[in-house]
Ligand binder design. Structure first.
Ligand code: GAP
Length: 520
């Protein structure tokens, strides 16, 4: 058993290292890098595209393949402009922004306030952790409700949240600015409080459809994939003979002109969503909402990352379409942040599409012999954020027993870009030919990589760095006894196995089936 020590990295250092590692090994590049890049837009490289595809496949299989009542679609990015009027995005898909006159930097007013609250929360947690380490039979609930510093800070948080919620609900942007002033929030760049007024900024990108300027009409790049599902609700229901409750799933690009776009692929202007709209009978929506919260959390836990890395966060301010909503947050290197949203969207979207299009979007329920507009529970996860969560969890720097070190991506094997590396020990004596035979056997089922350059040690390190779970080394003995060395990425253990057993051994290690079975 290896006794490698894992290097402890601070959140900031870990994040920096993940970003540079992602570039160095072909996972993620800045878009149009040769022109100095485009802000908050990224390209996936040869490794990244594989990991992203595997994450997407795992989501798709868990949603569509395992659930007989969920089907998929692939709607166009461009939609009729009225779609966005009906959905409320033209009027309400905006963020409150604020600038500082000194640094000319722009911020999201709500994020400034939320970050201030997060700092107070951190103080509380520090206090709790300190007490926990001091007392053996520590009663956390009692401590939180009686410790004067904790109680005082919690009171502050509740007051800020209540005031902020009221300001947003009443759309009082001057009150939002006043909260920022009262909390003495300063611009992180200039350190000053010379704030402009808060104003709303619509996040949708628009462009012109049509070649002749007089005839061209303004259309939007979709800010969510969900609307492609809503407008196709009846098409799918009728042609697929779907019975409520049923779901429609979709993965695809979405675009938002984010005010503050930073933190690498966490907040981008072009990103990919994986969404599922689940159509239910009115009145059963909140039960289904609870059910989907459980189902989605179970899916996240099936990835094998610690459960303590996830938590639910209920929305203070509900989006214009929701009667209940929460986020599944993940602990990224920069703290707990939204990874997935689960929203009970009522019949808001279908009802409005019915109104704006003049077409009936109702379901005839044969059991109750009645027509109704279904209610919708939505699960919506950002693929890029899932990618970042996976990289954050997988990235490890280790000090090895022999004094050397390695960087390893402990990506769950069924998601790893390459599943197997096939490595002839030397480039001669018939070893490459034998290795190619093995490669040809395995590559029909798995993405494999063949490497014959550099020493075997260097090749193992490279495979660790891109997260390849298994390495197969072919040596001179292999030609005699038909055995090879199988090396495990995580334990670094090596064993001699028969070439005839390889297919089965690889399958057992990297199979997505075994993983999906856990969700059934
Ligand atoms: N249809 C509902 C919807 O779009 P959302 O909470 O705005 O809800 C859903 O977005 C998910 O999309 C988020 O949980 C997040 O993972 C991802 N997402 C949203 N904006 C993003 C951005 N600018 N960059 C990357 N991912 C983003």
């Amino acid at each position: 058993m290896s006794t490698n020590t894992i290097k402890k990295l601070s959140g900031e250092d870990l994040f920096k290292n993940i970003i540079s590692h992602s570039k160095e090994y072909g996972f993620i590049f800045q878009s149009s890098e040769i022109y100095d890049g485009l802000s908050a837009v990224y390209d996936y490289g040869q490794m990244g595209v594989e990991l992203k595809k595997n994450l997407r496949d795992y989501w798709w299989k868990a949603m569509v393949q395992l659930n007989e009542n969920i089907v998929g679609i692939d709607a166009a990015i461009f939609m009729h402009p009225t779609t966005w009027k009906a959905s409320g995005h033209v009027d309400a898909f905006s963020d409150p922004l604020i600038d500082t006159k000194d640094s000319k930097k722009r911020y999201r007013a709500d994020v400034l306030i939320e970050e201030h609250v997060a700092k107070i929360e951190a103080k509380i947690e520090k206090e709790v952790e300190k007490a926990k380490s001091r007392f053996e039979n520590f009663d956390e609930t009692m401590f939180r409700s009686t410790n004067p510093r904790v109680v005082e800070n919690q009171k502050k948080i509740d007051e800020i949240n209540a005031r902020f919620k009221a300001a947003l609900e009443e759309d009082k942007l001057d009150e939002v600015k006043q909260i920022i002033i009262d909390l003495e929030i300063t611009c992180p760049v200039s350190g000053t409080r010379n704030w402009t007024d808060v104003r709303q900024f619509n996040l949708m990108f628009n462009t012109q459809l049509g070649s002749v300027s007089e005839e061209a009409s303004t259309i939007y790049l979709r800010p969510e994939t969900a609307q492609g599902i809503f407008v196709n609700f009846l098409n799918v229901q009728k042609t697929g003979r779907m019975k409520i409750p049923f779901g429609i799933a979709q993965t695809g690009k979405a675009f938002r002109n984010e005010i503050v776009a930073r933190q690498f692929i966490f907040r981008m202007r072009e990103f990919e969503q994986m969404e599922m709209q689940f159509f239910v009978k009115p009145g059963t929506d909140l039960q289904w909402y609870e059910q989907w919260k459980k189902t989605r959390m179970a899916w996240h836990n099936s990835l094998g990352f610690p459960e303590s890395k996830y938590r639910f966060h209920d929305h203070i301010k509900l989006a214009h379409y929701a009667n209940a909503a929460c986020d599944i947050e993940f602990e990224f290197p920069f703290g707990f942040k939204e990874l997935e949203g689960i929203h009970s969207r009522t019949d808001f979207d279908l009802r409005n599409h019915e109104k704006f299009s003049g077409k009936k979007l109702q379901y005839f329920d044969p059991e109750d012999n009645e027509n109704y507009i279904p209610y919708v529970v939505e699960t919506s996860i950002g693929l890029d954020r899932l990618f970042l969560a996976t990289m954050s969890q997988a990235y490890q720097e280790e000090q090895l027993e022999d004094g050397s070190s390695r960087v390893v991506l402990k990506i769950p094997p069924f998601l790893a870009p390459y599943k197997v590396a096939v490595l002839p020990l030397v480039k001669k004596d018939g070893l490459p030919e034998k290795a190619r035979e093995i490669m040809n056997q395995l590559k029909l089922d798995h993405l494999c990589i063949y490497e014959e350059k550099d020493s075997i040690g260097k090749r193992y390190r490279r495979m660790d760095a891109i997260g390849t779970p298994l390495c197969i080394t072919i040596d001179h003995q292999s030609l005699e006894d038909n055995m090879v060395t199988l090396r495990d990425r995580d334990t670094m253990q090596q064993e001699r196995v028969s070439i005839d057993a390889l297919m089965q051994l690889v399958e057992a290690k990297v199979s997505m089936h075994a993983q999906l079975r856990k969700l059934m």
